[in-house]
Structures are given as structure tokens and as C-alpha cells.
Design a protein around this ligand. Structure first.
Ligand SMILES: [Zn+2]
Length: 239
């Protein structure tokens, strides 16, 4: 790889190494990413084998559910009586909470076990399993799409963005969260940051990176939410 996957013309340089994985960074947009990048099949194996389930169901299920309902007021202006989707829904907590304010609520995940859990535990929501290619061909579009802590995991960032571009209706809203590489609480020596954990997280962003990336795909960032923890939380609108 000789140029930045986000801004194309950005000059990239070797940045650091952790867990025997090597990261490059872009001088132009701050994007920090694995180079070489593992392919999506390799990454999917890692996630589906990840221990998200316990014998009683889903890891931290009750706190996940409580936190999903606590977040509802924030989603309300964009999601009320709208068609909503949680992209990367895991055990289905957010999609379930959204179903109480939305016209319709859907949840999609690549992890079949997670979808099976969501379907069994929660009604009201259209949960389904799909990969990016299938979503790229999908004709269903949504007014409000939520995608939390997914963008840092994907092998092909431009493919993920094309899926978002396809899923969000014109003038619809997109709510994203991901670790914040530019946050003051990130250690100066970023290899000491526990969130930097390849190959679970394969890339990291700052406000500058996501602004360039989302603009490239026709989204305008409406706001960055304040966060005491090193996480980017932002709302964008599809123009
Ligand atoms: Zn760049």
C-alpha cells in the first residue's frame, strides 16, 4: 500500500508495532491502520470466536440492555417514528431499545450466534445475519442508522463506508462511535493504550480522520458529542 485508504493522496509512513502487527499512519488525515491489513475472512473468524456469550446468554447482557435504554433520549430526535437500523447489532440491545420509539427497528450482524441470541431474547425487531457484500446489494434504506464500535474492526474501510452510503436514506442520520486516537487521555506512547489491540482493532481515527472519511461518502458531520473517555461519538447526515 503506497497511499492512504481514506484520503488517497495522503503520504503514509510506518508508525508503530504492537502484538507483532505493524501500523502505518497518514500525515494528511491522521488515519492509523494495519499494514499489511488482514483480510475480512481472517478478521471475521477472530470476532465470531470472541467470547461474547456465556452459558446464561450474552456477556454483560443486563448492563448492555440498561445502557441501550439510557441512550434512547439522545436518539429520539432522529429516530422517533423512523425506520431504524443497528449495523453491527451484536446481541440486539440497541435495536430492541430503538424499537420502542421507532416506526420499525432492524439489527444486522455478521455473527450468527449473536443474531440467534437477539432473535430468541427480543421480539419487535427484524434481526438478520448478513455480510457487507449482501448489505451493499440490499435495497432497504433507513432514516437512522446506528453503528457502534464497528468501524475500527473492518478490513476494507471503503467497503464499510459504501455499505453505510447504501443503508442511509438521503437526509437520514448516522450515529457512529469508535475509539478516539486524538483524545487527551490516550497515552503519549500510544502502544501503551489498551484499546490499541491488533488484530481486534485494525485501525484508529481522530476527528480529522472521520471528517475527511465521512465527507468523502456524502455525509456531513452534524456534531461530535462530548466524551470524557477516549471515544469518538458523532452524528452525521447524508446529504
Ligand atoms: Zn489520509
Amino acid at each position: 500500500m503506497i497511499s492512504c485508504p481514506i484520503c488517497s493522496n495522503g503520504e503514509i509512513d510506518y508508525a508503530l508495532q504492537k502484538n507483532n502487527y505493524s501500523f502505518d499512519s497518514c500525515k494528511n488525515c491522521d488515519f492509523l491502520f494495519l499494514n499489511p491489513m488482514p483480510d475480512q475472512n481472517t478478521l471475521n473468524k477472530i470476532y465470531t470466536e470472541e467470547d461474547t456469550k456465556t452459558k446464561d446468554g450474552y456477556k454483560k447482557a443486563s448492563s448492555r440492555l440498561r445502557r441501550a435504554f439510557i441512550k434512547l433520549p439522545r436518539f429520539l430526535p432522529y429516530a422517533i417514528n423512523k425506520n431504524c437500523m443497528d449495523f453491527g447489532c451484536g446481541g440486539g440491545f440497541i435495536a430492541y431499545a430503538l424499537s420502542f420509539i421507532a416506526k420499525s427497528s432492524s439489527g444486522v450482524d455478521i455473527n450468527k450466534k449473536a443474531i440467534a441470541y437477539a432473535k430468541k431474547r427480543f421480539g419487535r425487531v427484524n434481526y438478520f445475519n448478513a455480510d457487507f457484500k449482501k448489505l451493499l446489494d440490499s435495497e432497504n434504506q433507513y432514516d437512522f442508522v446506528h453503528s457502534s464500535e464497528l468501524i475500527e474492526h473492518v478490513s476494507d474501510i471503503n467497503l464499510y463506508m459504501r455499505v453505510l452510503e447504501n443503508l442511509v436514506k438521503k437526509n437520514g442520520y448516522l450515529y457512529i462511535t469508535t475509539p478516539d486516537l486524538g483524545h487527551p487521555k490516550v497515552p503519549n506512547n500510544i502502544t501503551e493504550w489498551d484499546v490499541l489491540c491488533p488484530p481486534i482493532h485494525v485501525q484508529h481515527f481522530t476527528k480529522k480522520t472521520v471528517t475527511k472519511l465521512f465527507n468523502k461518502y456524502g455525509f456531513e458531520i452534524i456534531k461530535f458529542y462530548k466524551n470524557k473517555k477516549p471515544g469518538l461519538i458523532f452524528l452525521s447526515k447524508k446529504l
